[in-house]
Structures are given as structure tokens and as C-alpha cells.
Ligand binder design. Structure first.
Ligand code: ZN
Length: 208
């Protein structure tokens, strides 16, 4: 064995010894990343596929089906000219609303000018309604476009408007199980519907 080979061999041994002393990363607790997370076990049924449309087809779409029902039965809080506001059956938080176009389209790019205008104005109106009805401290607002981006109903565009209160990520585990009760959704819808009717004029809605 020449000197070079010998030293390589010793390096290998040293490396092997140090590798033995390295602990697997799975033995460590997850690193703190500074983000608070909503704990939403009631959404698991949805994530696991119950009630989730298997395709993006209009025939399976819950937002298209809801439009055909009465406001109370479909949990629709407001109907505009091009869009409507509907309660989320699997809320991230109490009073979670969604703004949807009437048309069965999946992307913001699919909206025409009027739809886009009312979609955004209705989002702002829904924030004002929540402020009036339940005084949140903040909101999460946004769109997941496409299944890959987390859209539960990928075939039909919907903007989430989620009210937030100070400390809600702490009490959520205690109350989460009651959140999908139809009676609660129904009373939230009623309160919102009244707020939409009262405030829509201030926002020039519905369009036309
Ligand atoms: Zn649809």
C-alpha cells in the first residue's frame, strides 16, 4: 500500500466514525419556523376525499349545485349579477365565506371584466359584512387555482374570505368539532345575508 492509498483509507475510516456519531434528523423535533398554524381536523374528511368532486366536471360541482337551491338550503349569503357568496361547509374558521362566479370556470384568467370586477368588489364587501356582523381582527383572503395549488373544488373558482380573531389558533382545537354543524352554518348565513343586503349599496353592488 502506497502512502496515498494509506491516507485515503484512514480518511475513509475517520469519515465512517464521524458518520456513526451523526444522529438521524428524524430524531429531532421539527424546527420552529415562526409560523402559527390553524389546526383544522374537521377539514380532514374533505382532504380524505369525502364530498370532494372526483373530477372538475360541472355535473359534480357543489358550487353549481348550490346555485340551483334556495339561499337557505344552498347556504348562499348573497347573490350578485355575476358572482355569489357561499358559506364553506369545511371552514378554516368560524364564518368562512367564499366568493364564486356563477359560471363554472376554474381560473381567474377565465373571468371576463364584469365578473372580475364583481368578484373583487364582492370580496371587499364580504369583509365589510364580517366586520359588521362578527368584528374580526383580521382576514385571510385568497384563491387556490388548480388542484396542485390546493383547490378543493378545482373546476370552479372560489375566493376564500376567512375571518381571524386574536388568539383563534389557540382556541380552535377546542371548538373545531362544532364548526361544521348545519345549525351554526345556517345562523351564520342568516347574519351575513342581512349584512350583505344592508351594505351592498355602499359598494355599488350588485353591478348593473
Ligand atoms: Zn361549478
Amino acid at each position: 500500500m502506497n502512502e496515498e492509498m494509506k491516507s485515503l483509507s484512514e480518511n475513509d475510516k475517520a469519515f465512517a466514525a464521524s458518520a456513526d456519531s451523526v444522529e438521524a434528523s428524524s430524531d429531532f423535533p421539527p424546527a420552529e419556523d415562526g409560523y402559527q398554524r390553524l389546526w383544522t381536523p374537521q377539514r380532514m374528511v374533505y382532504v380524505q376525499g369525502q364530498d370532494k368532486p372526483k373530477t372538475t366536471d360541472k355535473k359534480e360541482c357543489p358550487f353549481c349545485a348550490a346555485q340551483e337551491k334556495s339561499d337557505e338550503e344552498g347556504l348562499i349569503a348573497w347573490r350578485g349579477t355575476y358572482v355569489f357568496a357561499i358559506m364553506n361547509l369545511y371552514p378554516y374558521n368560524v364564518g368562512h365565506l367564499m366568493i364564486c362566479p356563477y359560471r363554472h370556470v376554474g381560473m381567474l384568467l377565465d373571468l371576463n371584466d364584469e365578473e372580475l370586477q364583481e368578484f373583487e368588489k364582492a370580496t371587499v364587501l364580504s369583509i365589510a359584512v364580517m366586520k359588521e356582523v362578527s368584528h374580526p381582527d383580521g382576514w385571510n383572503v385568497g384563491v387556490n387555482q388548480g388542484e396542485v395549488a390546493g383547490a378543493g373544488v378545482a373546476g370552479h373558482l372560489h375566493q376564500h374570505v376567512v375571518p381571524r380573531w386574536e388568539g383563534d389558533s389557540n382556541f380552535m382545537p377546542i371548538t373545531a368539532g362544532t364548526r361544521t354543524m348545519p345549525i351554526l352554518l345556517s345562523s351564520q348565513r342568516d347574519a351575513y345575508a342581512e349584512g350583505f343586503t344592508k351594505l351592498q349599496g355602499d359598494f355599488g353592488l350588485p353591478l348593473k
